[in-house]
Design a protein around this ligand. Structure first.
Ligand SMILES: Cc1cc2nc3c(=O)[nH]c(=O)nc-3n(C[C@H](O)[C@H](O)[C@H](O)COP(=O)(O)O)c2cc1C
Length: 317
């Protein structure tokens, strides 16, 4: 089964991908957090260029993800990405954030199916590299999905990654796997599953219900348990030494990239990594008030020397 790393803004960018792969082995594929395409004729901005710089992604199978409703800009960005050597580009139709949705992007694009249909028609024909889509199943209700799915099926997508929640769920509630099953039966292109796969039993249950499953995208599960993909392939859980090494390398890499702001980036990451320990609340408290690099290092030392590792590191919402 193909296992990929989900695009997660502020979390699974080029620094995380590289350090994670060096410490735990690369996943089969990684998606960049969403990037805004540049205006036609311009290049990507500095932040986006860092994300897609082939040098920074060497040895990884990276698919850049774009967030836009402008077909010309999507195609222009796809051309730039093709010139850099990328072989696929992904469209974000899942982002639930209010500001993104209000502009008709991300899952907000699902509100205008005629416009989205025309957009896909244009970009699938004009993009020099295959176009895949990561989607939610609607905005308000699961019932929206039949029409959305029928529209997707009219286009030659490279792949459809289904996160079976609606926009108003954000990340709450249970993903509706039956909608993924419906997609598997209907789609003329490859389909991937994403949502709440946090341990071996989750993949077991998914594969039992949908044996055709060939690609599972992992997000919060990998953040809480960096060895998740290894575990799913029958390997061992992360040891304390592995976690310390991974953590230290990640912090140093963020320091090199963003200086003291690395502390705040790591604090965001602890929202997930705390689940590697038996007492996530204690871990959260240990880093909560930290502001300086020095205090951060001391807090991390305290956590890794005093915290007991969970038997199964598992994200809990
Ligand atoms: C903080 C955060 C940032 C995210 N950023 C993106 C993004 O840039 N692009 C995207 O398609 N999905 C994004 N997602 C959604 C994830 O890719 C994924 O669909 C979601 O976490 C559900 O999968 P999981 O249960 O395996 O975590 C984000 C989710 C979170 C929580």
């Amino acid at each position: 089964m193909l296992l990929s790393l989900a695009p997660m803004e502020g979390l699974t960018g080029h620094v995380f991908r590289r350090v994670h792969a060096a410490c735990f082995g690369a996943l089969d594929r990684c998606y960049t957090p969403f990037l805004a395409p540049p205006h036609v004729g311009s290049n990507f901005g500095k932040r986006a260029l860092c994300e897609v710089d082939p040098e920074g992604n060497r040895g990884l199978n990276v698919v850049p993800q774009l967030l836009t409703k402008n077909a010309d800009e999507f195609v222009w960005a796809a051309k730039l990405l093709a010139e850099m050597g990328y072989r696929e580009v992904n469209l974000n139709l899942g982002c639930p954030s209010g500001t993104v949705v209000a502009k008709g992007r991300g899952s907000g694009f699902l509100r205008n199916l005629d416009e989205l249909d025309a957009f896909l028609e244009k970009v699938c024909a004009a993009s020099p590299i295959p176009v895949s889509v990561k989607t939610r199943i609607g905005l308000q209700s699961d019932e929206e999905y039949d029409e959305i799915l029928a529209m997707y099926c009219r286009h030659p997508l490279a792949e459809l990654i289904v996160h079976p929640r609606v926009q108003k769920d954000f990340y709450r509630g249970v993903p509706r796997q039956d909608q993924y099953g419906k997609t598997l039966r209907a789609a003329p292109f490859p389909v991937a599953y994403n949502g709440d796969v946090f341990g071996c039993n989750d993949v077991g249950a998914l594969s039992a219900a949908y044996p055709e499953t060939r690609h599972v995208m992992l997000g919060r599960g990998v953040l809480a348990n960096p060895a998740l993909a290894r575990l799913l392939r029958g390997g061992s859980a992360a040891t304390r030494d592995e976690l310390v090494r991974f953590h230290d390398r990640l912090f140093e890499a963020y320091l090199a990239e963003m200086g003291g702001n690395a502390v705040f980036r790591m604090k965001e990451y602890w929202f997930y990594l705390k689940f590697a320990f038996t007492d996530p609340l204690w871990v959260q408290r240990a880093v909560r008030k930290v502001r300086t690099v020095e205090d951060y290092r001391a807090a991390a030392r305290k956590i890794f020397s005093g915290g007991e590792l969970a038997k199964e590191a598992r994200f809990s919402g």
